[in-house]
Design a protein around this ligand. Structure first.
Ligand code: CTP
Length: 403
């Protein structure tokens, strides 16, 4: 399990919406990822869900009113505000958002928020007309301009029976929103990171193509990990079923030549390139405009070489970091070291699709890293998310001048 919130203290504010019951799941996910969580509920929230639920899940008293603490403790709101590395309001009602936007601090939760210097993240939930209300929307804009964060509500089936905007975002997206706000890393903040992912498709005729088994999971995990460290991430992706995290700029391509075009235009303004895509080395020399008809004879396809995108970019990389992958079924170490040198790379991530839990179409990978300073690190069997973190840690070492 990813421990993104290890050593982080998160205050979960629950306000009076029917979505309050979903806050329990969000709380569990935060804890599973290592966070220490305390809960503050508004009076209205207690109409929807009992404080005992949160007290059982956190082992801590849930505070409600400014003056209702069971233990006498002076300036408790200030101490709680200082304690929290981040405050998540989930669900956040239009009323709470309006109060914070107006600087009102008339209950325990709004007082803690006004006393906090840590990131505050709102996960709003309300009925569709309330979500469309221009006063609510202007309050959100005002808060966003003041660097408050939002995990935008989604569209869907609402408690009123209507369908539309206002539904609390999925718990996973809320957790990602908290991670984005909390886990900024100074070395990555503002870094422009270009990542490629997925397979390419090379057209044979209008209904057929040559491709490979790449799922894109490794590249998407890298994009997400870099984004959560504070980088500005651009993802150039071949066809996959994956959805990139909100905030990542996505360019969708099909062919190796389209990917080459995108990388050539985006690389000069980037600080780093990570080529995780499985780019076709060959493309049909003469793709047909019409569907090929079969006849008695065998069909021979003539293929021409595609450009090596990585070699081209790294040849002119200046001070940029360039990371490549090496997918090898034999003599991996030898080929990985060769690719590191020949392609002028800073880091090569070697994997072997024949090894159990590695390569395409899995949620895990087994990667060995070869850095430009000659160091070699075997990461072993890890989830692709954890593998992505370890690859970025290695890049971190290179950025810090450690290689
Ligand atoms: N790559 C690329 N452009 C290509 C082919 C590959 O940029 N036309 C990149 C891949 O994204 C990967 C690295 O090159 O980061 C190595 O890809 P791999 O398929 O392992 O090796 P190749 O260089 O294609 O060589 P070979 O297939 O002969 O092993």
């Amino acid at each position: 399990m990813n421990q993104r919130f290890k050593d982080k203290r998160i205050l979960l504010g629950v306000t009076g919406s029917i979505a309050a019951y979903k806050a329990c799941l969000v709380l569990r996910l935060l804890q599973e990822e290592g966070a220490e969580v305390r809960v503050v509920m508004t009076r209205a929230a207690r109409e929807f869900i009992a404080p005992l639920t949160f007290e059982t899940l956190t082992g801590e008293e849930v505070v409600e009113g400014l003056f209702s603490a069971r233990r006498i403790e002076r300036t408790r709101h200030i101490r709680l505000a200082e304690w929290a590395d981040g405050i998540l309001i989930c669900p956040a009602t239009a009323n709470l958002i309006a109060k914070v936007a107006a600087g009102i601090a008339d209950d325990f939760l709004s007082t803690v928020i006004s006393a906090s210097r840590s990131p505050v993240i709102f996960a709003p939930a309300m009925d569709l007309e309330m979500a469309r209300n221009p006063i609510y929307q202007s309050n959100c804009r005002k808060l966003a301009d003041l660097d408050y964060r939002f995990v935008a509500s989604g569209e869907g089936f609402l408690a009123s029976g209507a369908t539309g905007p206002g539904r609390l975002a999925d718990p996973d997206r809320i957790i990602d929103g908290v991670a984005t706000a909390l886990l900024k890393d100074s070395r990555w903040a503002g870094k422009r990171v270009l990542i490629t992912a997925g397979p390419t498709r090379e057209q044979i005729d209008p209904v057929r193509f040559l491709s490979n088994r790449s799922s894109g999971k490794m590249g998407y995990a890298l994009a997400e990990a870099a984004f959560l460290r504070g980088a500005e991430v651009t993802l150039v992706t071949g066809p996959t079923f994956l959805r990139a995290m909100e905030g990542i700029a996505v360019h969708r391509i099909e062919t190796a030549s389209e990917m080459a075009g995108q990388v050539a235009s985006l690389f000069p303004a980037s600080d780093m390139l990570i080529m995780a895509a499985a780019v076709a080395d060959y493309t049909p020399a003469e793709p047909s405009d019409q569907k090929l008809k079969k006849d008695e004879a065998n069909l021979t396809l003539s293929l021409s070489r595609t450009d090596d995108i990585l070699t081209r970019a790294a040849g002119d990389k200046g001070g940029r970091i360039v990371v490549g992958f090496a997918l090898e079924t034999r003599d991996g170490e030898l080929h990985a070291r060769e690719k590191l040198k020949k392609k002028n790379l800073d880091l090569v991530c070697l994997n072997n699709p024949f090894e159990e839990g590695a390569g395409f179409e899995t949620d895990t990978n087994r990667i060995t890293l070869f850095a430009r300073d000659g160091t070699e690190k075997c990461l072993g069997l890890l989830s692709k998310k954890d593998t992505a973190e370890r690859i970025l840690d290695e890049v971190d070492r290179l950025l810090a001048g450690g290689g």
